[in-house]
Design a binder for this molecule. Structure first.
Ligand code: NAD
Ligand code: MG
Length: 392
């Protein structure tokens, strides 16, 4: 029986994870559920899954959560704030932690799960972009393991030899991340000036949270995933390529020196990656419809439009600079996306703001958590100052 803590339980990944878990009550038990502020949704999940701990990240809602759980007859302990998240991540109650909080807010608990030696199912890509070296150091010292949930990285994980292979000896030449291209694939710059949050969040293939939906529309999602792939698989930036594949059926590929290219295919449904990671190295039913190749008939591939969607190259640039540059990139992007969703920042200003922040906040060595948090904060303040100056 795997004992699973879900951080970000009320989100899109949280829902997919719980859907898979509910199909296998004999295999999985939910030990902790954590959310940001949505008390009613969290209570409903607690009624259904009966965790030992319910965590609300915003402490202002702790009393309300406690009262509503009692009223619903749920005996779960209530915890709150960063400390509550950390506790849920590291508690001996669980052996598996699904890190599905969005953004930098998930870093602390993801690190705590790694240090505590858990099997970390990583959806929270921002954590690895911000602090990849520290996360892998924490996994090493804690004796934990990381299994990627991001569909591309889960695909690559499935296409690599098992264990932690030496990529040179394994004959890996490069990894190819597929990108749907987002809702604006094929559009030119002049067509993107008046894009609204609603348009940006209407992804053609995937149902996701709003932040990652905007990231998909700018191609920053793929940029973050390039950095994520570097840390997860130890591949050099020049061994990571991006190919646009509008159908989102091939989730990513690994190319070997003998010319073999292994790919993982499936319908665009995150339950596949979640089921794979939850049961690994076994396989379990995920509730996902079988892939009907005859119905799909065609798979298309094209180069990304790097001139229109500049975020992809900004991410490669940050990875090449190293140190805290990816932390700065991620922080500026989070500020930019939030401002875009609040209708303060135009869509096309997102890469401009990130570029200006990368230029204005010099990278330093990312040797400890203090350096990473300092870079994150400095970049956020820098980006916010530009927004106030130029857009308010
Ligand atoms: P979402 O917005 O649907 O859900 C986010 C979750 O995080 C919610 O449960 C929310 O309560 C919680 N949260 C938000 N802010 C928080 C805070 N400050 N403290 C604690 N909890 C907080 O997002 P999502 O689409 O589920 O994405 C979650 C993560 O998974 C992101 O990092 C995203 O990049 C990654 N991811 C998502 C998908 C997908 O298909 N949705 C695919 C690959 C990777
Ligand atoms: Mg992805």
């Amino acid at each position: 029986m795997r004992k699973v803590a879900i951080l970000g339980a009320t989100g899109s990944i949280g829902a997919s994870a719980l859907d898979v878990i509910a199909r296998h009550p004999q295999r999985f038990r939910v030990t902790a559920l954590a959310a940001h502020r949505k008390v009613d949704e969290l209570v409903a999940l607690c009624v259904r899954f009966r965790p030992e701990v319910a965590v609300i990240a915003d402490s202002a809602f702790a009393a309300s959560l406690r009262q509503k759980l009692t009223a619903a007859g749920v005996a779960a302990r209530v915890a709150s704030g960063e400390e509550g998240l950390r506790e849920a991540a590291a508690s001996a109650d669980s052996d598996t932690v699904i890190a599905a909080i969005v953004g930098a807010a998930g870093l602390d608990s993801t690190l705590a799960a790694a240090r505590a030696g858990k099997r970390v199912l990583l959806a929270n890509k921002e954590a690895v972009v911000m602090a990849g070296a520290l996360l892998f150091e924490a996994l090493r010292s804690g004796g934990g393991e990381l299994i990627p949930i991001d569909s591309e990285h889960n695909a690559i994980f499935q296409c690599l030899p098992s264990g932690k292979p030496d990529l040179v000896r394994a004959g890996v030449r490069r990894v190819l991340l597929t990108a749907s291209g987002g809702p604006f694939r094929g559009r030119v710059r002049s067509e993107l000036g008046a894009i609204t949050p609603e348009q940006a969040c209407a992804h053609p293939n995937w149902m996701m949270g709003r932040k990652i939906s905007v990231d998909s529309a700018t191609l920053m999602n793929k940029g973050l995933e390039v950095i994520e792939a570097h840390w997860l698989f130890g591949v050099a930036p020049e061994q990571i390529d991006v190919v646009v594949h509008r159908e989102s059926i091939v989730h990513s590929l690994v190319e070997y020196v003998d010319g073999s290219v292994l790919a993982q295919l499936g319908n665009p449904d995150m339950r596949t990656a979640l089921a794979h990671a939850l049961a690994w190295p076994e396989r379990i039913e995920a509730g996902v419809a079988a892939l009907d190749l005859l119905k799909i008939a065609q798979l298309n591939f094209e180069a990304p439009d790097r001139a229109t969607f500049r975020c992809l190259d900004l991410a490669y640039h940050a990875l090449a600079v190293g140190g805290t540059a990816p932390t700065v990139l991620n922080a500026a992007n989070e500020i930019a996306v939030a401002a875009f969703l609040e209708r303060t920042l135009p869509f096309l200003a997102i890469p401009e703001l990130i570029e200006a922040t990368l230029g204005g906040v010099p990278a330093i060595a990312a040797q400890d958590l203090e350096a990473v948090i300092y870079a994150d904060l400095t970049a956020r303040q820098y980006a916010q100052r530009i927004i106030r100056r130029d857009f308010c």
